[in-house]
Design a protein around this ligand. Structure first.
Ligand code: UDP
Length: 446
């Protein structure tokens, strides 16, 4: 047999493509050949961002298949995206693998699909290819999804995924029924569609012969004990490739000029969309804080076309605030000038905050971010949570108060540094994640 060759299939979203690229780089270090399949839409974005920043994808062979949507369809409409994927991607993947086999040297020996891309595991099974699922979020979320059939059976959930009562479930002390990931996705109709998709995943993930997860044992010990089939290999080291927008590295030079532990870093990942009043309240809050700040404002931060800054805001804060369209976040969080991170609690951002020992202010928006927030503020105690007012807006005064509370709390900083060390230990030589990863590499090579 030739060199082992793994085909990687991320779910088509930023927070899934980046960690799948990070996993790919790790596997390449161990001599595994990697082909990564993006959707055509995301492939174009990844290639454009790489080109613009002069970074390359190393030895990862990047290829693409269609996602079943038209060019101008809204890919943030998850229900539509999931329908499109299931109808078109399986046949395209099969064809791609078939062609690689015909070409001789490129034959695929292993498939690693995102846990939300169960259809790819179905294709792998059908084609007789060995396979694993990669879960780029909390193990607690995956454990819950895998248990959906039981939760319906024992009456915790109705057939549409709605909890019948508010309670903790046995899979993890963190997971209350009110935190189920599908309850925070769009309106009730979208929730129903998405629940159907997640429910299907709870079956298809069973086709995976191995399940690896970008988390580590010490932060979710009960979940890993109760769901031993989920194997921790994280935190993976996110690199500068796989971005949907070009990273603006000029902010690192700006950070070099700021005092140690002085800067508030604010970033809400790839998906969050603010309503204009909330966006403006955040701007006012940052101005009130009176500290240096680095704020990532994507080109699409609200539903409008341009960011609705308050009048004169950018001029007033010009001497201490920097706004960029997309940052090299991993490097930013590792920079000594950064004091704290205002985050939407996406799992990758959460891991990157932990790995760098940066205290976090939680501002969840969507899906699993509410559960991640509970981990950050209540379980690990490495951050605080922002509280919205009666209208659901987080007001400027709350932003200023929580930044001051967080930076005045030596306990949170100490805990953040403790978890940073734990994360390092897990991925270092002899650490749990490191050992699990080596065993997994062996499985691919066997
Ligand atoms: N990210 C980045 N630059 C930014 C903002 C985010 O490189 O300005 C990266 C971040 O480091 C993380 C990913 O984008 O790896 C976002 O994933 P996450 O799970 O935090 O959030 P999502 O985008 O899925 O909501």
């Amino acid at each position: 047999m030739g060199r082992p060759h793994a085909l990687m299939i991320p779910y088509p979203a930023q927070g899934h493509v980046k960690p799948m690229m990070a996993l790919s780089h790790r596997l390449i270090e161990y001599g595994i050949k990697i082909t990564l399949v993006n959707t055509e839409f995301n492939h174009a974005r990844v290639m454009a961002a790489l080109h613009k920043t002069g970074v390359d994808q190393g030895q990862i062979n990047l290829v693409a298949i269609p996602d079943g949507l038209a060019d101008n369809d809204d890919r943030n409409d998850l229900a539509q995206l999931c329908d499109g994927m299931y109808s078109v991607m399986p046949a395209c993947l099969e064809e791609l693998i078939g062609k690689m086999k015909e070409s001789g040297e490129d034959e695929i020996t292993f498939i690693i699909a995102d846990g939300s891309m169960g259809w790819a595991l179905e294709v792998a099974e059908k084609m007789g290819i060995r396979r694993a699922a990669f879960w780029p979020a909390a193990a607690a979320v995956l454990a819950t999804i895998m248990n959906i059939p039981d939760l319906i059976e024992d009456g915790t959930l109705d057939a549409h995924g709605l909890p019948t009562k508010e309670e903790e479930i046995h899979l993890s002390p963190t997971v209350k029924t009110s935190l189920f990931v599908w309850l925070f996705i769009g309106d009730p109709a979208a929730q129903k569609t998405l629940f159907k998709f997640v429910h299907r995943s709870s079956h298809s993930i069973k086709l995976a012969q191995h399940i690896i997860c970008n988390s580590f044992h010490d932060i979710e010990p009960q979940t890993f004990a109760l769901s031993p089939q989920i194997l921790p290999i994280g935190p993976l080291d996110a690199r500068s490739d796989g971005n949907f927008w070009p990273q603006d590295s000029s902010c690192l030079t700006w950070l070099d000029q700021q005092p140690t532990s002085s800067v508030i870093y604010i970033a809400f990942g790839s998906f969050t969309v603010f309503n204009p009043p909330q966006f403006q309240e955040l701007a006012h809050g940052l101005e009130l804080c009176g500290r240096p700040f680095l704020w990532v404002v994507r080109s699409d931060p609200t539903d409008g076309s341009t960011p609705p800054y308050p009048d004169g805001f950018l001029e007033r804060v010009a001497d201490r605030g920097l706004v960029v369209g997309w940052s090299p976040q991993q490097n930013v969080l590792a920079h000594p000038s950064v004091a704290c991170f205002i985050t939407h609690c996406g799992w990758n951002s959460t891991m990157e905050g932990l790995v760098n020992g940066v205290p976090m202010l939680c501002w969840p928006y969507f899906a699993d971010q509410f559960l991640n927030q509970v981990y950050i503020s209540d379980v690990w105690k490495v951050g605080l949570k922002m509280d919205p007012d009666g209208d659901g807006i987080i007001p400027r005064g709350e932003i200023k108060k929580k930044v001051e509370d967080l930076l005045g709390e030596d306990g949170v900083k100490a805990r953040a540094l403790e978890l940073k060390e734990m994360a390092k230990k897990n991925v270092g030589e002899g650490g749990t994640s490191s050992e699990v990863f080596k065993d997994f590499v062996q499985v691919i090579k066997d």
